[in-house]
Design a protein around this ligand. Structure first.
Ligand code: GTP
Ligand code: MG
Ligand code: ZN
Length: 348
């Protein structure tokens, strides 16, 4: 099943291992590239492919980046393959809902511009989400041409996580985007995330992504510039694929304990040195956090960001778990009602 065409767009052993019980003679493997109304666009061995949403979702709701196995006879999904990575956020607003952004990407380009949009706190939020998903984060600082001192911003950004890759560039210049090519080779999948207007689509174009100007994918917003309105997967000339996303306005971390712990490993290490294991870091004697804040070993901004994100993900994890529990109960209730109806009909 491992054909060069599928390998080029991210197929690997992780997915191959999930084909054990599938009759490959009557199956087609495709990767989801976009949703267009009632149609799902996918890439397979024979290029682009369209199937109705109901058929694609037949084995579980699909997202851009997903791999599915279709029954060749009727194009209905018989299996949605387990995801290697999954980027999710909590939907904006009070609703307790987890939203899948994209599945199966190896790398996330967290795009932020060097001007007004630059915010360490926002980059930290994306970092926690990316680390939690199991993908590698790369921070791309765009609009370097509009900044007085882009290197200083890059330096501050590098301090956010051990070995964090940070690239500073003018996203309109393909020769500068070359700095990102090592993450864009054959078989690699990359997602672009960041606020609206920071240059994600500009960067995708600079990297040579196909198909970006297609009508329906971009439309003019009120300011007259093109804004991306839906998520889509594109082939890159370097091999590999790139997922362009609409600008994210505001988002919260869903259950993200691993991501926050990974991002703030340094803070966790300091907390572990407090004299009391249940230290609240307020007035307790022997508090390592307070002394690290006083000595400057721990940056006040970073500590506050840690508290905020950790509190947020803990709270959302609880709400999302409650919602899942409720959905499960509702599901069971419907099943009972349907079974009861069937029984009555059968008995009549
Ligand atoms: N000067 C300068 N302008 C840039 C750079 N990157 C992007 N732009 C401009 O910024 C504007 C917005 O860029 P887009 O690529 O559409 O931004 P986006 O992140 O895709 O925005 P959404 O699709 O709304 O999420 C365009 O006018 C780009 O030409 C850069 O590095 N330097
Ligand atoms: Mg865009
Ligand atoms: Zn303490």
């Amino acid at each position: 099943m491992t054909t060069p065409a599928l390998r080029a767009i991210g197929w690997n052993q992780f997915f191959e291992d999930q084909l054990a019980e599938i009759d490959l003679d009557s199956a087609t493997i495709v990767r989801i590239s976009a949703h267009h109304g009632s149609q799902i666009v996918a890439y397979g061995d024979n290029g682009e492919f369209r199937v109705p949403v109901q058929s694609a979702d037949a084995a579980g709701r699909v997202s851009v980046g997903d791999w599915i196995v279709l029954n060749t006879a009727d194009n209905r999904a018989i299996k949605r393959l387990d995801r290697k990575t999954l980027l999710t956020r909590k939907a904006a607003g009070a609703q307790a809902k987890e939203q899948v952004l994209v599945a199966n990407v190896d790398t996330v380009f967290i795009v932020s511009s060097c001007n007004e949009d630059f915010s360490l706190a926002r980059i930290e939020r994306y970092l926690a989400m990316t680390l939690d998903a199991g993908a590698t984060p790369v921070v791309v600082l765009t609009k370097a041409d509009l900044s007085e001192d882009p290197d200083a911003l890059a330096e501050q950004t590098r301090a956010l996580h051990t070995d964090l890759a940070v690239e500073v560039l003018d996203a309109r210049k393909p020769e500068q985007a070359e700095a990102l090519q090592s993450w864009c080779g054959p078989g690699q999948s990359v997602a672009l995330l960041g606020s609206s207007g920071v240059g994600k689509s500009t960067l995708a174009n600079a990297l040579g992504a196909d198909d970006l100007a297609t009508a329906g994918i971009r439309e003019k917003d009120g300011t007259g510039r093109h804004t991306t309105t839906s998520r889509s997967l594109h082939l890159l000339p370097t091999g590999g694929v790139l997922v362009d996303n609409p600008g994210v306005r505001e988002f919260q971390l869903p259950d993200c304990e691993t991501g926050v712990a990974d991002l703030f490993e340094d803070v966790h290490q300091i907390i572990a040195e407090c004299k009391f294991s249940d230290c609240k870091h307020e007035t307790e004697p022997g508090c390592a956090v307070r002394s690290a804040l006083e000595s400057g070993k721990l940056d006040k901004r970073r500590y506050e960001s840690f508290l905020k994100l950790d509190e947020e993900q803990t709270r959302n994890a609880a709400t999302l778990a409650q919602r899942r529990e409720r959905d499960k109960k509702t599901g069971k209730m419907y099943k009972t009602i349907i079974a009861e109806k069937k029984r009555r009909r059968g008995g009549a």
